[in-house]
Every structure is written in C-alpha cells, then in structure tokens.
Design a protein around this ligand. Structure first.
Ligand code: FES
Length: 116
C-alpha cells in the first residue's frame, strides 16, 4: 500500500549557530519526536498516512526556539520542548486540533504563490 504524506514536521533542533535556544533542548525534542513517530507507525500500521520529520538547521526565526513548523498547515510553534512535542503531536497531528496558545505564526500553504 502506498502511503500518502499528510504532514511534514520541520524542527530547528541542532542549528549551526544556536540563536533561538540554549542548551540541548532542540536535540532532546528531536529525539522525543523520533520516538513518538516510531510508536505511531507501530501502533497504526494500516493507516494510509505518512508523517515526515526533518531536522532543520535554522528556520529563520531565531528566537523563542526550538521552532517547529508543521506543513502543509503552515503552523509555527515556539519554545517546543520534549513535553510540548508530545502534546502537539497528539492534538494537532493525530486529532487535527492545533494548540493555539503555543502558535506564534500561521502561513498556510494553500495561500502561498506558486513560483514556476
Ligand atoms: S536558530 Fe532556530 S530558527 Fe534560527
């Protein structure tokens, strides 16, 4: 069965110039996200969806990180800790309910202009 990509999560986890957070919060959040996704795929082997994750170097926000961008929704979360990524995944990704209080920006893909 071919799976359809439904979401792509980009996390500023290990930026070269760590401007948006201090310490290893990004790496810890990234490791938690990997575990959550692995468990989700094991628990839902027949679901026809595929959730991608990418470790972004810098998402050009550079404050209040780690920053998480969810595509194609264009939802930007700030200060994403391991605890927050678990809640975001469960509420936003699994149940389709973004957590408004942690969102600082919305740039929906459907409103963007195609460059060809
Ligand atoms: S360093 Fe995290 S967004 Fe730029």
């Amino acid at each position: 069965m071919t799976k359809t990509v439904s979401k792509h999560l980009l996390l500023c986890a290990t930026p070269t110039k760590k401007k948006c957070f201090k310490g290893n919060e990004g790496e810890k959040t990234w490791e938690r996200l990997k575990k959550i996704l692995k468990k989700f795929e094991i628990d839902h082997p027949t679901k026809n969806i595929h959730i991608l994750r990418s470790k972004a170097d810098c998402l050009r926000i550079c404050k209040n990180g780690p920053i998480l961008l969810v595509w194609p929704d264009g939802i930007w979360y700030e200060k994403v800790s391991p605890e927050k990524i678990s809640e975001i995944f469960n509420s936003h990704i699994v149940h389709g309910k973004p957590i408004e209080r942690w969102i600082f920006k919305k740039t929906p893909f459907l409103n963007s202009t195609r460059i060809s």
